[in-house]
Design a protein around this ligand. Structure first.
Ligand code: ADE
Ligand code: ZN
Length: 321
């Protein structure tokens, strides 16, 4: 089986409905019944509802040990699909919403990474993210905590959330705080906003990668620039189809972006919400974009080479592919 690596997955978005229910029961937390459909799957119809559903599911992850379990559980499933490396998004805003401190949140996730590494050999690292629709002040506050609480597993900073609100420029000061401290960054752009959002992100934020970035496809000049500057794209075809950006995987321009010279990676984003997994993304991409085993291995190499972890770890991972 092809070895895999993932750079774009939101930790709270990895917990399947059964785990969310288990945590809610164990914590005696009331879970909003509108979180699930009658068949037990997460209930949402569009991107706005998805973000709300995500928040409701995240509200059941209450303790440091819950974060350990969510992280361990995800990495265990990844290891079964021959994933060797996962760079996962943590969200201190979601932890704060359940009154968890920044250090407890990180320690819980780190314990899950260590447990999974001990048991399966899989490597995990953390990208701390801010949530765009919560605004620049919250982002700056996370950036400040980020630099005052370094952790060996925290390798970068990022931004998710609703791209339709605010402008990349509003977050320049948050991104500058972490960049000045020597960290690399990534930001969602060109998912629910068009190429202009990618342009603004590249203009105002010191990002090393773009989360999604798929809508670069709509602007040939920008596409040429992204390919020329070798700015890696964290592509998530299954997520984009599930949220209605494309009608099918075949309509997703994954192959065209690859052929235009972009550095592409394959990612699951929020797997149980989108009925996917990183293994499923590789399998479906192979089918929909006629990718050979060599293409898939090169996609894994792209991910490892553009990961934010240490060069020593990258060397070790590359030797495993
Ligand atoms: N948070 C979790 N998943 C997300 C996505 N696909 N886009 C933006 N923010 C998110
Ligand atoms: Zn995402």
């Amino acid at each position: 089986m092809v070895k895999k690596a993932e750079l774009h997955v939101h930790l709270e978005g990895t917990a399947p409905p059964a785990l969310v229910r288990k945590l809610a029961t164990a914590n005696g937390a009331a879970i909003d019944p509108t979180t699930f459909k009658s068949d037990g799957e997460f209930a949402w119809r569009d991107f706005a509802e998805f973000l709300q559903c995500y928040d409701k599911a995240a509200a059941t992850i209450l303790t440091k040990d819950d974060y350990r379990l969510v992280t361990y559980d995800y990495l265990a499933r990844c290891a079964a699909e021959e994933v060797i490396y996962v760079e996962m998004f943590s969200s201190p805003d979601h932890a704060a919403a359940v009154r968890m401190s920044y250090p407890d949140h990180l320690e819980g996730i780190a314990a899950g990474i260590e447990d999974a590494h001990r048991e399966f050999g899989i490597e995990g690292r953390i990208i701390v993210t801010c949530v765009r629709h919560l605004g620049a002040e919250r982002a700056e506050s996370i950036a400040r905590r980020f630099i005052t609480h370094p952790h060996p597993y925290v390798v970068g900073f990022g931004m998710g959330g609703n791209e339709a609100v605010f402008n990349a420029r509003d977050f320049a000061s948050a991104f500058d705080i972490v960049t000045r401290a020597g960290y690399r960054t990534t930001s969602h752009a060109g998912e629910f906003a068009g190429p202009e959002s990618i342009r603004d992100t590249l203009k105002y934020l010191p990002v090393s990668r773009i989360g999604h970035g798929v809508r670069v496809w709509e602007d040939p000049e920008l596409l040429a620039e992204v390919a020329e500057r070798k700015i890696p794209l964290e592509l998530c075809p299954g997520s984009n189809v599930a949220t209605g950006l494309f009608r099918s995987r075949r309509q997703h321009p994954f192959r065209q972006l690859m052929e235009a010279g972009c550095i592409v990676t394959l990612n699951s984003d929020d797997p149980p919400f989108f009925a996917t997994s990183i293994g499923h993304e590789y399998d479906e991409a192979a089918r929909a974009y006629s990718l050979t085993e060599m293409d898939l291995e090169n996609i894994t190499r792209n991910a490892v080479r553009t990961a934010f972890c240490s060069e020593e770890l990258k060397e070790k991972l590359l030797s495993e592919i």
